[in-house]
Design a protein around this ligand. Sequence first.
Ligand SMILES: *Cc1c(COP(=O)(O)O)cnc(C)c1O
Length: 388
Amino acid sequence: MSKKQFETEAIRTQINRTEFLEHSSPLYLTSSFVFEDAEDMRASFSEEKQRNIYSRFTNPNTSEFVDKICKMEGAESGYAFATGMAAVFSTFAALLNSGDHIVSARSIFGSTHTLFTKFLPKWNIETSYFNINKPETIESLITLNTKILFAESPTNPAVDIIDLELLGSIAKKHNLILIIDNCFATPYLQQPIKFGAHLVIHSATKLIDGQGRVLGGVTVGDADLMREVYLFARNTGSALSPFNAWTLSKSLETLAVRVDKHCENALKVAEFLETHEKVNWVKYPFLKSHPQYEVAKKQMKLGGNIVAFEVKGGIEAGREFLNALKMCSLSANLGDTRTIVTHPASTTHSKLSEADRLEASITDGLVRVSVGLEHADDVIADLGQALN
Ligand SMILES: *Cc1c(COP(=O)(O)O)cnc(C)c1O
C-alpha cells in the first residue's frame, strides 16, 4: 500500500487482528509468549524468526506504538522505554565507550544535564556545552573523541530554537551521530531525521500521551544504531509496559488534532501576553518577534504549545504571579490537556547560579506556560487576572 498522510498512518497503523476480529487493538498483558516446539524456540532465540519472546524484548503493544512513531518520524526502527529518561540514558549508554565525548546544547532537560555532568563522567565520558543561541561556537568544541552531537529544539523552558539543518551539516562534516530530543515539537510538528538527525528521542509522557496519565519514552532512527540501542535495552530492562504502550498508541491516533488545537491556543495566549503591560517580553516560535522565527517556520509545522514570557519585577513577581492563578495548574508536567504554569528561577532551576541560569536563557521573571486544551479565552482570562 502507498504511504498515507500523517493522520491516517497514526490511526491505521495497527498490529494484526486476532481471531476475534476486534476493531481496536487489544491489550496484550503478557510477560512471555509460547513456542510451538523445540525447533521454533531455537529459531526464535537465534533471531532466524522475527517473533515475540518476552515482553522485555518486544510485545505487540509496544511494537504498534514504535511502528507508529517510526512512520511519523520517517525512521527505520525504534524501541520503546518506560520513561523519556530511560530512552535518553539507554541511547547514550548503548552508543558510547569510555573516552568518548559529547557536544551538547546547554539548554537541555534537567535530568539529561544531570546524566551528562554527574553520571556519564563515572565511565570517563565527558560533555562540552554550547550556547543554543551561538551555534557558530559548536565546531570549536569538537575533538577527535567526539562521537555525539545533541540538542533539543524548541528548548525547555526558554523556547529557544536551533537550526536542525545546520546541526545536520555539522554532524555530517565531522562524522558525528546527531541525536535530537524532539519532545517539545512532537513528530507532528517537526521530523529531525529530514534534516540529518540519526536518532530522535521522545518523552512520550508529554504531548504524545497528552492527558497526563502515563510515563513513556521512545528512540527511533537509523537501523544499525537502533540495533545497538535495542541490544542494550533488552538486556538492561527499561522496557515500556504493554499497558502504557497501549495507552500511548491510542493517544497517537489523536496527536494531530490535539497538537493543532494546542498550537492554536498557544498562539492566542502568546499574542495576548505580548500586549500586556506587566510583561517584558514573550517568546513563542511562531511570533514574528521570536529571534529564530524564520528557522522555526522552516523546520516546524506550527509553534508548539509552550509559551515563555517574563513578568516585570523579577523572582518575587514570578512567585506572586503563580500564587494569583485560579485555574491553571502548578505542576511539573507539560503537554497536558490542562494548562500548566511554572516559574523556573524559583523552582526547577533554583539551584543554578544566576550566570548559569542566564546561559540557559532563564531570567528571574521567566514564566513557562504549557498551554492546554481548555477554551483559549478561559486560559487568557486566568493569566490576565493573575498578572493584574
Ligand atoms: C520530560 C522530558 C524528558 C524526560 O522524560 P520522562 O518521561 O519524564 O522521563 C526528556 N526530555 C525532555 C525535553 C522532556 O521534556
